[in-house]
Design a protein around this ligand. Structure first.
Ligand code: SF4
Ligand code: SF4
Length: 347
C-alpha cells in the first residue's frame, strides 16, 4: 500500500471528529460466481439497477464529506464489476479501502487491486475438499490459495478471511499459524444466519452443519487467539473483540451496544443505506447529508442500540471500537503498514 501524507492527514482529521460514521460496507454488486452454502446473495439476484461508476463516485464524495474513514467494498463479488478499478482508485484517495474477493477474480484484476489498502481473500480451511464443498464450486480452494500467493508475490497487501463455523473451528488455530508464519494476516468472520428472511439485504442463509454448537470450544479458541495475537501482529482481531466473543458464547452475555447508523452503516448496490443488512433501508446515499442529524435517524439509532437480533462480527467490531481511540488505532495501523509517499494529493 502507498499512503500519501495528504490521505493520512485527512484520515487523522476525520478520526477525531465526533458524531461521524467512520466505517461503511458497500456491497457494490449482488452478482456472484460462487454458490456458498451459507449465503443467500447468489440465490436471490436483484432486478434493480446497480449504481453507475459516476454515481458510486458521487456517493464516495458524500461519504468523505460525512467523515467516513474506512470503506469495505464487498458484494456479491465486487471484482465482477467492470469498473472496479476506477472505483478502487477513487475510493483509495480518501479512505482506507478494503476489497473482498472469493479468490476467483483477484489474479485477473490485479492491476485494479494495486490501489487498494487491503485485499481480503475468503478462505476457511486448509482442506481442499471441505472448502470446495462450502463454496459450492470445484477449484475454489486452489483459486484462493493461488490468489493469496500471487498477490503477496506482487507486493499487494493481502490477507485471508476465514468464516469460523462448526465445520472448521477446531482447525482455526492451525490455519492461523499456517498463514501468519508465511506473513499473511488473518481477518476473522463468524458464521451467522439472518434471524428473518430480509427482503432487501438478506445474506446469511441457515445451514445446520455450520451452526456453532460447541460454544465452550469457541470460547477456548478465542483465548488461544488472544495469546497468539501477542506474538503475531498478523492476527487481525482485537483482544476486546475476542473477550466479547468468549463472553457471548460462554455466558450468553452481550457486552456491547450496537452502533448501527452511528459509527457504521451499509450501502446496497442500488445506493440504499441501512444501519446494517438486517434493517430496512433508511435513505438513499444522496440524501445522507440531509438526514444524518435528523430526528428520524436519531430514533432509528435508539432502536438499534437496544437491538440484539444479531452478533455478526463486523458489526460487533465497529460497535466495540466506536470511539476516537478506536479510529486512531485503525489509522495508525495503516500508517505503520504503509509505504509513505511524501507528496500530497494522490495515494
Ligand atoms: S459468500 Fe461471498 S463468495 Fe460466497 S456466494 Fe456469497 S457473495 Fe458469493
Ligand atoms: S444488533 Fe445491530 S447490526 Fe445486528 S441486527 Fe440489530 S441493528 Fe443490525
Amino acid at each position: 500500500m502507498r499512503l500519501s501524507i495528504g490521505k493520512l492527514l485527512g484520515l487523522l482529521k476525520r478520526s477525531v471528529a465526533f458524531s461521524k460514521p467512520h466505517h461503511v460496507q458497500w456491497m457494490v454488486t449482488r452478482r456472484c460466481n460462487y454458490r456458498c452454502r451459507s449465503c443467500d446473495v447468489w440465490r436471490s439476484p436483484s432486478l434493480l439497477r446497480e449504481l453507475s461508476t459516476d454515481e458510486v463516485k458521487r456517493g464516495l464524495d458524500v461519504l468523505r464529506r460525512l467523515g467516513v474513514l474506512e470503506i469495505v467494498l464487498s458484494g456479491g463479488n465486487p471484482l465482477l464489476r467492470n469498473d472496479i478499478g476506477e472505483i478502487i482508485d477513487y475510493a483509495s484517495r480518501s479512505f482506507i479501502t478494503t476489497v473482498y474477493d472469493n479468490g476467483s477474480q483477484a489474479v485477473k484484476k490485479m492491476d485494479a487491486l494495486r490501489r487498494a489498502d487491503f485485499v481480503a481473500i475468503s478462505l476457511d480451511t486448509l482442506d481442499e475438499n471441505k472448502y470446495d464443498y462450502l463454496k459450492g464450486v470445484h477449484g475454489a480452494w486452489k483459486n484462493a490459495m493461488n490468489a493469496v500467493q500471487t498477490l503477496k508475490r506482487e507486493g499487494i497487501p493481502v490477507g485471508v478471511s476465514p468464516t469460523i463455523s462448526q465445520l472448521n473451528m477446531y482447525e482455526i488455530l492451525d490455519f492461523s499459524q499456517y498463514f501468519t508464519e508465511r506473513g499473511v494476516p488473518v481477518l476473522y468472520c463468524l458464521y451467522q444466519h439472518d434471524s428473518v428472511k430480509q427482503p432487501l439485504f438478506h445474506i446469511g442463509e441457515v445451514e445446520k452443519d455450520l451452526e456453532i454448537v460447541d460454544t465452550e470450544a469457541l470460547a477456548r479458541i478465542c483465548k488461544e487467539l488472544a495469546k497468539k495475537k501477542r506474538r503475531h501482529g498478523r492476527i487481525l482481531i482485537t483482544k476486546k473483540m475476542l473477550n466479547t466473543l468468549a463472553d457471548l458464547y460462554l455466558e450468553r452475555r452481550r457486552n456491547w451496544e450496537c452502533k448501527a447508523l452511528q459509527s457504521f452503516f451499509m450501502i446496497d448496490p442500488h445506493g440504499r443505506v441501512a444501519g446494517c443488512h438486517l434493517q430496512e433501508p433508511a435513505a438513499e446515499i444522496f440524501e445522507l447529508a440531509d438526514l444524518w442529524r435528523s430526528r428520524e435517524f436519531e430514533k432509528l439509532r435508539m432502536t438499534y442500540e437496544k437491538c440484539t437480533k444479531c452478533s455478526y462480527m463486523c458489526y460487533m467490531f465497529y460497535s466495540l471500537h466506536a470511539n476516537i481511540a478506536g479510529n486512531f488505532e485503525i489509522v495508525m495501523d495503516q500508517w505503520r503498514n504503509a509505504k509513505v509517499v511524501l507528496h500530497p494529493g494522490r495515494s
